[in-house]
Design a protein around this ligand. Structure first.
Ligand SMILES: [Fe+2]
Length: 185
């Protein structure tokens, strides 16, 4: 599998910048495009979070001073964002209830990304060698590619070309299973 050769800290900063751009640009997207734009956000967040859970947090727990406490706090934030996404799937993307939850999601995800950048990433960089950081980057990129964000293409209730959002919890589960299944081979 081709990877960019970037180290894990660089990749995670890049992903956070991408998520920030998508989240901050969402309200400027024309109403007719919003479902697709939101699907993109969900896909990006699912792949990023699942790959972090697989590569970043186990490494912190294993190698970093205070790694367990940092991992626990950041994973709790991710779980909150995941719950919000799951709640949002029942609201049409343009309605007030959806937008209220979207604003909560954006605040939560951006605060989580900042917390990762100020705690998890410095702890990671301090606890592994530059070579290990690059190897972790490779594993992260592979995990992100393997984490599916689409349902099975033949699922009868999935509209063609649409990323099925419901249920979001199952989307995260499928992504986790895929990444872990490959690792255990
Ligand atoms: Fe992150």
């Amino acid at each position: 599998m081709t990877t960019t050769g970037a180290d894990l800290s660089t990749l995670l900063h890049q992903d956070h910048a991408t998520a920030k751009t998508l989240l901050q640009g969402f309200e400027a997207v024309p109403v007719s495009e919003r479902q697709r734009a939101f699907d993109d956000i969900v896909g990006e967040l699912v792949r990023h979070e699942v790959a972090e859970e697989e590569v970043l947090y186990p490494t912190l727990r294993d190698k970093a001073a205070n790694g367990n406490a940092i991992a626990d706090a950041r994973i709790a934030e991710q779980a909150k964002a995941e719950q919000l996404l799951s709640d949002m799937e029942h609201d049409p993307v343009n309605e007030t209830a959806f937008m209220a939850k979207f604003h909560q999601l954006r605040t939560a995800v951006l605060a989580h990304a900042e917390a990762e950048e100020s705690t998890a990433l410095p702890a990671l960089v301090a606890s592994v060698t530059p070579d290990q950081l690059r190897q972790l980057g490779e594993r992260y990129e592979a995990a992100k590619k393997l984490a599916p964000t689409h349902p099975h293409p033949n699922a009868p209730d999935a509209p063609p070309g649409n990323l099925m959002l419901g249920p979001v919890a199952a989307l995260f589960d499928r992504a986790r299973d895929a990444v872990r299944g490959v690792r255990s081979r």
